[in-house]
Design a protein around this ligand. Structure first.
Ligand code: ADP
Ligand code: MG
Ligand code: MG
Length: 899
């Protein structure tokens, strides 16, 4: 094997397609060299070498050295300089670069090769002593930090890294002399500073700063490899799901200097505006500086051209004004790169004494709005085809575009109070309240509120609905509150551990700050940040371009997209977003958030009934309300399927908690309080999610099933009489064998016949099926399918039952599971394809054996997750179903899966 691939002077051994081997930076440097762009000569040491380095316990492979010498000789020939030469020394950079860009997460060392022996020669060559010592002090700062401290695993005893010490010394010098900028430092002061730096390193680390170019080079290469396993890099990989086994490449490249005087500069640019997507060249530059000054944000850069000027930087000179010739050259490169890569590029450049050099290019990161605009522009410009256009918008980014957001400009100057998990995207401000009733009440008086709770439970639903935003101290991304909030497109931050809520005083304590009921807070649910006071919002409503984009995407899609909704309002919202039906109507939800408390009261009455007779009376009272709710949603969804899931949760979830509530019920029911307490208690279960719930309720209390099915068919019959075309589907939850279906279906058929007769109809278009959410049911799907016209994979419960993880309790361990890489991702957010996915595949195969035309859908949270949607497409599902605000995401993800 060989490890090294050279580039420079119009030629390269690698190219852009070899990112796995060369890393993104190396592959693109090679590609730019081939394109004839001015890339300083260099070479890439492959990611394979990185893996061999770690395999060897952290030492460079023996057979690297000879290749390295040859490659260095190659650069020397190109540049007409020699590494370590006292007369005309070559300097290089050692740069990290992984397969996927991990901006700023790994290390880079610049100016490698400067030492006592080479400094005089470089001063003579450049006639610029300041520049040489500026370069040297940069080398010392980076090298001591990256190679001598971090790579050696040295924990500074005073908790302060060496780099910080040196930076303080540099600042002290400037303060002492009253200098504003580095360029005011005299060459001899800079030289003296370098000597002081080296003494400080000796003191703190106990090792001499290496004074031979070769030692510096080998040290840097090893340290860059090691930075693959640095703290930042590891955390970033966890978040981005980048495998540990990829490794980084090292790019050794001859240095070009942006800090050689007024005719030198460095900068970063995007070939189009990454925020808006506008087709303008956008960037920043700094005169007389090295690249990291711009990237690290230590100086305020100047605008690249005049169209980049705005209120805050209009007084700064643009590159276009200062070096018009170079600017034109750069603009020309912009055109070449865009034509070649057919996508927006993010580039790094440096100007050394009037000569332009390209140091990096990669596909640029962009906002959702920019991604949309660029994709459509490039399609219209003929740069990309339609299918490519569809793949250019990351479905996850759609979130940003569908919710109002905190005005980013105003956000910059706001006070951050606390961070939590970004559970529901978008922004919201409002007055804080501490319980659900207050939220509802304040909302009615026209106020905007933020509901602040330790955690939320189903009884808070109305308050959550009424609030602009929800903030909780506990809970995770898949907690109840998060799930519901996302479903409604509501801004929500959960698990903000620093919140201390004093319910009795109606106060919120965050550190030493105290907020009272009615105080304003602002939430950025996209980032999980809470601010003090009221910050303005920006409307990000769908634009016509977005609509057009989506309608093109729809032409590529083969799966249908439905929504999970149970109110006419959510159904209408989902239709607006392009839903093609309802995949999950959770019957129990109609009792929360209803206009009056009466239905919930009736439900409680039914639940607390002791005899069948009592229960039937309560069900009869409940019936008109249930039918009405079902009818309203069927009406909105006219002509499209609506999947009604029969009552699912364990009954005690609806039982009134707290003495006061129980007393009320006792009064209204005319049953004494002891009896109420006894009945409530008898409903308690030690494991309710695996207890008396779902189809089991319908088996012990068939009259509950009867009432619901009658409501569904009568509502449909009435709509048919009104000239509508309802398409109800009846779904039985939590089944584990086919006999449960047979039992329930018998009830359904009897009622169906009764309703047909009563309404004098021949037929009501409908389907009967089941959720597959218990592994047993998945494994006997062939038998289930004999009695079910459709399966809907309830992947929340299926995940819960497959892992044996209680969905509501993962907060206690999930973070550690991710941190230790025991799991790659939270399986409740991203479908576990390995096991849960296998169960789905088995069900699909077996289900089709007995019923070839079976309809297959998914209705868990995963139905709105792009990766999981891709899996659903591959597995051959008929549709996915997700919350209304995720419908566009699912449409796009389904289209991309089909491309
Ligand atoms: P990152 O991946 O963190 O951006 P880079 O490897 O791109 O790290 O390097 C950091 C900075 O140093 C960049 O601004 C880059 O332009 C600059 N740089 C890297 N190599 C050279 C070089 N050979 N000559 C001049 N500047 C360089
Ligand atoms: Mg870079
Ligand atoms: Mg379920």
């Amino acid at each position: 094997t060989h490890y090294i691939y050279s580039f420079g002077d119009g030629k390269a051994e690698g190219n852009a397609s070899e990112k796995n081997l060369l890393g993104g930076k190396g592959a693109n440097l090679a590609e730019m060299a081939i394109l004839g762009l001015p890339v300083p000569a260099g070479f890439t040491i492959s990611t394979e070498c990185c893996n061999d380095y770690f395999r060897a316990g952290g030492s460079l492979p023996e057979n690297l050295y000879q290749e390295l010498d040859q490659a260095m000789a190659g650069i020397e020939r190109h540049m007409g300089k020699k590494f370590g030469d006292p007369e005309n020394p070559l300097l290089v950079s050692c740069r990290s670069g992984a397969r996927r860009s991990m901006p700023g997460m790994m290390e880079t060392v610049l100016n490698v090769g400067l030492c006592t022996k080479t400094i005089p020669g470089l001063i003579k060559q450049t006639d610029n002593e300041w520049f040489v010592y500026d370069a040297y002090r940069r080398l010392i700062m980076m090298y001591s930090d990256v190679v001598m401290e971090k790579a050696e695993g040295i924990e500074p005893s005073d908790g302060m890294g060496i780099r910080l010490h040196l930076e303080m010394m540099l600042n002290d010098l400037k303060n002492d002399r009253g200098y504003e900028t580095d360029t005011e430092i005299t060459p001899s002061e800079m030289k003296e500073l370098c000597e002081k730096f080296k003494r400080k390193i000796r003191e703190n680390i106990g090792v001499e700063f290496p004074d031979t170019p070769r030692e510096q080079l080998l040290g840097s290469i090893g340290a860059v490899f090691k930075s693959w396993n640095g703290k930042r890099a590891i955390s970033y990989r966890r978040i981005e799901h980048i495998p540990d086994g990829w490794g980084t490449a090292v790019n050794v490249q001859s240095m070009v200097f942006g800090n050689m005087g007024k005719d030198s500069a460095t900068g970063v640019a995007f070939t189009r505006d990454p925020a808006s997507g506008a087709n303008v060249f956008y960037g920043e530059w700094l005169p007389n500086a090295q690249g990291e000054d711009v990237v690290a944000g230590i100086r305020t850069p100047n605008p690249l051209n005049n169209s980049n000027k705005s209120d805050h930087n209009h007084h700064l000179l643009s590159l276009q004004e200062v070096m018009p010739g170079i600017y034109d050259e750069l603009f020309n490169i912009r055109t070449i790169l865009e034509k070649h890569y057919r996508d927006m590029q993010d580039i790094e450049f440096t100007i050394e004494q009037g000569n332009l050099y390209m140091l990096q290019c990669r596909v640029g990161k962009r906002t959702g709005a920019a991604a949309l605009n660029m994709a459509m522009d490039m399609f219209e410009e003929g740069m990309i085809d339609e299918a490519t256009m569809i793949t250019r918008l990351d479905p996850k980014q759609l979130d940003e575009m569908l919710h109002p957001i905190v005005d980013p400009d105003a956000e910059k100057s706001a006070t951050v109070l606390v961070n939590g998990l970004p559970a529901g995207p978008g922004g919201a401000f409002g007055q804080i309240v501490f319980n659900s009733e207050d939220a509802v009440h304040w909302k009615r008086t026209g106020k905007k509120v933020i509901l602040v709770r330790d955690e939320t439970n189903p009884e808070d639903i109305e308050g959550m609905r009424a609030a602009q935003g929800i903030l909780t101290a506990r809970g995770g991304m898949t907690s109840h509150a998060a799930l519901v909030a996302r479903g409604w497109g509501k801004c929500c931050i959960v698990g903000a551990g620093a919140l201390k809520i004093k319910y009795d005083k109606k106060e919120l304590h965050i550190g030493t700050r105290v907020y009272k009921e009615g105080d304003f807070l602002t939430l950025n649910g996209t980032k999980g940040v809470v601010y003090e006071g009221k910050i303005g919002m920006k409307d990000a409503t769908a634009n016509p371009r977005f609509k057009k984009f989506m309608s093109i995407a729809d032409q590529y899609r083969t799966m249908k997209v439905r929504t999970n909704a149970e109110t006419p309002r959510d159904a209408a919202q989902a239709l607006e977003f392009g839903a093609e039906g309802i995949g999950l109507f959770r019957t129990e939800h109609m009792f929360y958030g209803a206009d009056s408390d009466h239905p919930l009261f009736l439900l409680r009455k039914m639940i607390l009934s002791k005899t069948r007779h009592e229960r039937e009376i309560a069900l009869n009272e409940l019936f008109p309300f249930v039918k009405q709710e079902i009818k309203r949603t069927l009406e909105v969804m006219d002509g499209k399927p609506v999947n009604f899931r029969l009552l699912d949760p364990p009954l005690h979830e609806f039982v009134p908690h707290g003495l006061e509530n129980q007393e009320n019920l006792s009064k209204e029911l005319g049953i004494d309080i002891e009896e109420i307490e006894k009945r409530c208690e008898s409903l308690m279960e030690s494991n309710p999610m695996m207890g008396h719930r779902g189809v089991r309720l319908g088996i012990t209390f068939p009259e509950i099933t009867q009432m619901q099915i009658k409501a569904i068919f009568e509502a449909s019959a009435e709509l048919i009489k009104e000239g509508k075309s309802p398409v109800p589907e009846i779904m039985i939850p939590v089944t584990c064998n086919e006999k449960e279906l047979i039992f329930t279906k018998k009830i359904a058929l009897k009622i169906y016949d009764q309703v047909l007769k009563a309404f004098d109809l021949d037929n009501i278009d409908h389907k009967f099926g089941t959720m597959i959410e218990i592994p047993r049911a998945a494994l006997v799907a062939d038998k289930m399918a004999e009695h079910a016209q459709f399966f809907s994979f309830g992947t929340n419960d299926l995940t819960q039952m497959t892992f044996g993880f209680s969905r509501d309790d993962i907060g206690g361990f999930m973070n550690e599971y991710i941190d230790h890489a025991i799991l790659d991702a939270d399986p409740f957010a991203t479908l576990d394809q390995e096991a849960v996915g296998s169960l789905i595949e088995i069900s699909v195969k077996k289900g089709r054996q007995t019923r070839p035309d079976i309809k297959l859908g998914i209705c868990g949270e995963h139905g709105g997750d792009p990766e999981s949607i891709e899996f659903c497409h591959r597995t051959g599902l008929t549709y996915v179903s997700c919350s209304p605000y995720r419908v566009p995401i699912a449409r796009l993800a389904a289209a991309q899966a089909a491309i």
